[in-house]
Design a protein around this ligand. Structure first.
Ligand code: KG4
Ligand code: ZN
Length: 356
């Protein structure tokens, strides 16, 4: 079965095809140039960009892949959580495709799709301990199978990605800033005493990254020399060597504080909710080199099979939606054309229907 996936939950416009042998082709347009000026995603602009970009991307996907619309076994769409206006653009395209081709629709939980992206190259062995770290979410999951997820812990305020993005903003780096903080911190020893590792005194599995964000902002306020003199141009090559040592230490210390906080909560989750066979770390922040190293060390220590998505599938992408949509469709889970988009903060219901 070939499934076309549509992802428009935030500021990536992405469509992709996944078939029995895995990913076929993906077409993605980033909107960084539109939002970086504002230091974050502007929802109204994001939905207008999706509206402008999605049709041509879908046409290019089908013509370049050679897949005919009549070959589609299902159309999968990110149903939420996300920006409502943005999700609705993707929903509109997906429903239109279903109407014109007769393919059934399957709405996909964006968060679950991030986690399953770790299984695109090789199946995940279950039960798996899942960490989702993105711009909007920091969550720990117990994954029983490709389709069974139990939430064990989540952030009470900011997501880890927000700590990166807000820090980048205070340092005069473009949005989204995690990539820059990661690069600036590479090859530099972190100062373990510089920032707090937040919410560790709480015995549970929830996170809170707002205090860390404030600590970094305060450190930069007291040391204005840490700020980049010139804001790098989004998408252009970036030379971390041009930054001062103190800036690089500040970034390495943030990478370490986030990764170590994640490590401690994952270790706790493994003890409280194990045994597990695999460790899955996914979402945009799973692209962070310190987080990836931490995950490898932890998996080694806990003797877990580490499953990280390839770097290109950490950030939002249509391939992960098509991949999970295909799993759902093969298991007989579909939606009718009246399925709604679910904004951030609302629970996504398990309201699939069987095909008549
Ligand atoms: O999963 P994603 O693309 O979108 C959401 O669903 O939120 O994650 C985006 C987040 C942003 O906060 C971005 O700064 C962060 O992932 N990010 C990184 C890195 N690459 C992207 N954070 C740290 N290090 C990176 N290398
Ligand atoms: Zn995401």
């Amino acid at each position: 079965m070939i499934v076309l996936g549509v992802e428009t939950s935030c500021d990536e416009t992405s469509v992709a095809l996944v078939g029995p042998k895995g990913p076929i082709l993906e077409k993605t347009a980033l909107q960084e140039d539109v939002h970086s000026l504002f230091g974050g995603v502007v929802p109204e602009l994001a939905s207008r960009e999706h509206q402008r970009l999605l049709g041509p991307l879908c046409r290019a996907l089908l013509s370049q892949s050679g897949v005919s619309p009549k070959d589609l076994g299902a159309v999968a769409v990110a149903r939420g959580p996300g920006l409502l206006g943005s999700l609705l653009v993707g929903m509109g395209l997906a429903k239109g495709l279903c109407l014109s081709t007769g393919a059934p629709l399957v709405g996909v939980n964006h968060l679950h799709a991030h986690l399953l992206a770790a299984g695109i190259d090789r199946d995940i062995a279950y039960p798996a301990l899942g960490l989702l770290v993105s711009g909007g979410h920091t969550q720990i999951w117990r994954m029983e199978s490709d389709l069974e997820f139990t939430l064990l812990g989540r952030t009470l305020d900011d997501a880890a990605g927000e700590a990166f993005d807000k820090t980048a903003k205070t340092l005069n780096l473009p949005y989204p800033g995690g990539r820059y903080i990661d690069l600036l911190g590479q090859g530099v020893a972190p100062d373990h005493a510089l920032y707090p590792r937040p919410h560790l005194d709480d015995p549970g599995l929830d996170f809170s990254f707002s205090g860390l964000k404030t600590a970094v902002a305060e450190h930069v306020r007291k040391n204005p020399g840490l700020r980049a003199a010139n804001i790098p141009t989004p998408g252009e090559p970036f030379d971390p060597g041009l930054a001062g040592t103190e800036t690089r230490v500040a970034c390495a210390s943030l990478n370490w504080a986030v990764a170590d906080t994640l490590r401690i909560k994952l270790t706790r989750a493994a003890r409280l909710h194990g045994p597990f066979i695999s460790l899955v770390v996914a979402g945009g922040v799973a692209a962070n080199s310190r987080v990836r190293d931490m995950a490898a060390e932890l998996a080694d220590r806990l003797r877990l099979d580490l499953r990280l998505p390839p770097l290109v599938l950490c950030s939002d992408n249509g391939t992960m939606i098509a991949h999970m949509g295909r799993k759902l469709a093969l298991a007989g889970f579909f939606h009718g054309l009246s399925v709604d988009a679910i904004p951030r903060g609302k629970k996504i219901p398990w309201d699939y229907i069987a095909l008549a």
